[in-house]
Ligand binder design. Structure first.
Ligand code: UTP
Length: 325
């Protein structure tokens, strides 16, 4: 089956990292975000991916062509006009009567996709959230969705759409997208996929929901770090580095050089990173970064960046108390 993966976005909330690399190539638990998604898709039977690229798209294309052997088609989105527009420009790359899976390129998830691909209706991944106002939401009756609304001011449901969509028939989706684009129908200034799906419901399409319990957001520094932590917990990475203390779980790239370091828990250390005399926990250290004589917690260090600190020299007497911050 074919999947469309839109990754054209700028990733403003992850600046400064996204000034020089696309969000979906940020390393989390030893692999780019997009790598986690591709591995899941391929394991579930996706054999063709259509990637919507824009900002730093060349880097994404180079990564995917290097790492993955399935059929890949890259569709450039010149202007970020919204998710519905991102999908609409993929028309040439999809076949009308086939099913189609759409997944946002920054959504790491843990769902049984093979089960979803057997669904006899179109179906959308949802998750209960406390504040649904920044999401598209689904209003359901029993199994069925009766209404989809993008970023409602007064939500009548707390079922947020998380970015996984299985469509029974791609042709029907594209007719709905045509309706949106040709009619210049936008919500909050963008062509919204939620609106296209709502139009399909109005045309008689049956949509159901499926629960996405384990959904890991990577859009902001704090969510990238919490996703790093959760994913490391599920992995088995054992590495030993003489002269260093490794507190698992961690991911340490084989080419990283560690000297007198204390790593972890929850640290990802990228390829060719050099860590010397440092304590690094709950952090992501990029490829080729240099970390020298410093204690890092809850930190993200970009590729080839350098950070160093120093040791304190003190001479204090008995029963003294000092706090160094
Ligand atoms: P987001 O709006 O959450 O991601 O879009 P972003 O724009 O990359 O990040 P911020 O908000 O600036 O920090 C969700 C997904 O949909 C894609 C994005 O690339 C992202 O993977 N998208 C969205 C497109 O490809 N094209 C669009 O027009 C809109």
């Amino acid at each position: 089956m074919k999947a469309i993966i839109p990754v054209a976005g700028i990733g403003t909330r992850l600046r400064p990292h996204t000034f020089s690399q696309p969000k979906v190539l940020m390393n989390v638990a030893g692999k780019p975000i997009l790598g986690h998604i591709m591995d899941k898709l391929i394991a579930s039977g996706i054999d063709e991916a259509v990637i919507v690229v824009g900002y730093l798209g060349d880097m994404i294309e180079a990564y995917l062509r290097e790492e993955y052997n399935i059929k890949l088609t890259f569709v450039p989105q010149q202007k970020m006009l919204g998710l519905a527009h991102a999908i609409w420009i993929c028309r040439e790359a999809v076949t009308d009567d086939e099913p189609l899976f759409i997944i946002l390129g920054d959504t790491i998830f843990d769902v049984d996709l093979q089960g979803i691909f057997q669904s006899t209706t179109s179906t959308i991944g949802v998750r209960e959230v406390e504040d649904p106002r920044r999401f598209g939401i689904a209003i359901t009756e029993g199994e069925k969705i009766v209404r989809l609304i993008e970023k409602p001011d007064n939500p009548q449901s707390n079922l947020a759409i998380v970015g996984l969509y299985y469509l029974q028939n791609a042709g029907r989706l594209f007719r709905s997208l045509d309706h949106l684009i040709e009619g210049d129908i936008k919500t909050k200034g963008e062509f919204q996929l939620t609106d296209a799906l709502q139009h399909m419901i109005e045309q008689g399409e049956t949509f159901t929901t499926f629960p996405v319990k384990n959904w890991y957001d990577c859009g902001k520094p704090e969510t990238l770090l919490s996703t790093n932590k959760v994913l490391l917990e599920t992995m088995e990475n054992h590495s030993t580095h003489p002269g260093c203390v490794i507190n698992e779980p961690v991911f340490i790239a084989p080419t990283a050089q560690l000297t007198n370091a204390v790593i972890g828990p929850y640290a990802t250390i990228g390829e060719h990173a050099v860590i010397q005399g440092a304590i690094v926990r709950d952090s992501i250290i990029g490829r080729g970064a240099k970390v020298d004589n410093i204690m890092l917690d809850n930190s993200i260090v970009g590729s080839n960046a350098a950070v160093s600190g120093n040791y304190h020299e003190i001479n204090i007497g008995d029963s003294s108390e000092i706090k160094l911050r």
